[in-house]
Design a protein around this ligand. Structure first.
Ligand code: HEC
Length: 203
């Protein structure tokens, strides 16, 4: 398209030469009528060439724009797909649990979540004693939890689990002071362990 535009000035020059645009050609034209006719044809040709040129420019502009948009969209889609693929890749460490153990662990986890729900509910009602009790009895470091944490054969997981349960015991103590802000801070610290472990380990 662009290449075609380069020829437009050349075409214009040739046309002007052929149709006698130059002043010195006037004397070769015999009658006035012929001269007027020539002038009309020249004008028509010029209008035709300019219109074609404008159309070509318009088309090529549009095409370029469309191509650029398409390319931009393709690269955007590509980025999105790459991003999704990247975020869907699971780089977490697998614990290689047997189906039975996996089931047991998930049940344990759902209990943890329920405990957090109860704690928040009690805190919202300023029932600090109940919140404190749930924190230690359901999330604290009991012998059962100690055994559970060490049964996965992964030291890092075990330590994270133990630290998590200890933080719940601390949270339980903080709740006894009946300071809601401090209680929520302590809950946040415990929840950080949930988030950290989930981002590092999978079944
Ligand atoms: C020491 C590690 C660890 C800690 C701490 C931990 N989790 Fe988990 N949790 C896991 C693992 C591993 C899974 C399985 C995730 C997977 O395979 O994608 C899991 C799964 C879950 C699930 C999914 C249950 C299901 O039925 O699918 C819930 C809910 C959950 N955890 C809640 C919690 C909450 C709430 C806390 C904190 C109060 C917590 N977890 C603390 C390791 C942990």
């Amino acid at each position: 398209m662009r290449a075609a535009l380069k020829f437009i000035p050349i075409v214009l020059i040739i046309l002007s030469a052929l149709t006698g645009l130059g002043h010195n050609k006037e004397k070769h034209i015999k009658s006035h009528n012929d001269y007027v006719k020539m002038k009309k044809i020249t004008l028509l040709l010029i209008v035709f060439v300019i219109t074609t040129a404008l159309l070509l420019t318009g088309c090529s502009g549009n095409t370029n724009e469309k191509q650029q948009n398409k390319a931009a969209m393709e690269s955007h889609t590509g980025d999105k797909i790459m991003h999704n693929m990247h975020s869907m890749e699971d780089h977490r460490v697998s614990l290689h649990l047997s189906p039975e153990k996996a089931k047991h662990q998930l049940m344990n986890m759902r209990n943890h979540l329920q405990a957090v729900q109860q704690i928040i509910n009690y805190l919202s009602k300023d029932d600090f004693d109940s919140a404190s009790f749930i924190a230690s009895s359901r999330l604290g470091l009991t012998n059962e939890m100690k055994k559970m944490c060490s049964s996965f054969g992964n030291e890092k997981f075990e330590n994270l689990g133990l630290e998590f349960h200890k933080s719940a015991d601390k949270m339980s103590e903080v709740m006894k002071t009946k300071n809601k802000n401090k209680a929520l801070e302590a809950l946040t610290l415990t929840l950080n362990y949930c988030v950290t472990c989930h981002s590092v380990f999978r079944q």
